[in-house]
Design a protein around this ligand. Structure first.
Ligand code: 13P
Length: 251
């Protein structure tokens, strides 16, 4: 059985003081959760979020990482810097990074390798745009994005990767993939992993759904057999909504 993992992606929201407040508010609300709980915060919020999360089941993640160990890369952060700051998880290849900051499948792969080597838990994002779905390219695209991002990893490392299937047309739009669409595409990703790394590896990899996930649709999505969690944007910014998602299986 794969343990579900629900992660908030705060994107470019929250000052350190607001981060401290949100994590403090979340603590009592998520403490009985059966899933792994992660908040991926802006770099400047890491210290405050970590401090506020002390003694709780809330894990801290970052939203990107550079692939070099150090050097002349103005504005970037290395995997070691994140680890030493108390970060455990890192989102890599988010569609907003690909779309607005020119990230490519090749640099996503380099980032994944650097993060894994440093001991970070990677949340690798893949997903198709609206026109790609309409042209029936979804399966081929997510398969390609996934396998190229994992190039060079050992089976043992692949098992530890968390993949977030985030259809770009569902991000921040209020549109959600149907439970069946999300399950089907996540199944395609798992089948690709099985072909490349074997069934035993594929069945261990946790694959989240992301894209307008919220308290009202989390139950249906999480009831799907292939879906192992969620990557939550907008609804992760409010303690009430995020905790309702995290507690999707509570009575
Ligand atoms: P929304 O939940 O706001 O659609 O964002 C999803 C997302 O991009 C998480 O990484």
């Amino acid at each position: 059985m794969r343990k579900a993992v629900i992660a908030g992606n705060w994107k470019m929201n929250k000052t350190p003081e607001e981060a401290r407040q949100l994590v403090s508010d979340l603590k009592p609300l998520v403490k009985g959760a059966s899933c792994e709980v992660v908040v991926c915060v802006p770099a400047v919020d890491i210290a405050a979020a970590r401090e506020a999360a002390k003694g709780s089941n809330i894990h801290i993640g970052a939203q990107n990482v550079h692939f070099a160990k150090s050097g002349a890369y103005t504005g970037e952060l290395s995997a070691e810097m994140l680890v030493k700051s108390g970060v455990e998880y890192v989102i890599i290849g988010h569609s907003e990074r690909r779309q607005y900051f020119g990230e490519t499948d090749a640099t996503v792969n380099q980032r994944v390798k650097a993060a894994v080597e440093a001991g970070l838990k990677v949340i690798l994002c893949v997903g198709e745009k609206k026109e790609e779905r309409e042209a029936s390219y979804t399966d081929a695209l997510v398969e390609y994005q996934t396998l190229i991002a994992l190039t060079g990893l050992e089976n043992k490392q692949v098992e530890q990767i968390i993949i977030a299937y985030e259809p770009v047309w569902a991000i921040g739009t209020g549109l959600t993939a149907t439970d069946e669409q999300a399950n089907e595409t996540i199944g395609v990703i798992r089948a690709a992993l099985a072909r490349k790394y074997g069934k035993n590896v594929a069945k261990k990899v946790r694959i989240q759904y992301g894209g307008s996930m919220k308290p009202s649709n989390v139950k249906g999505l999480m009831a799907q057999p292939e879906i192992d969690g969620g990557l939550i944007g907008g609804a992760s910014l409010k303690a009430e909504d995020f905790s309702a998602i995290v507690n999707y299986d509570a009575e």
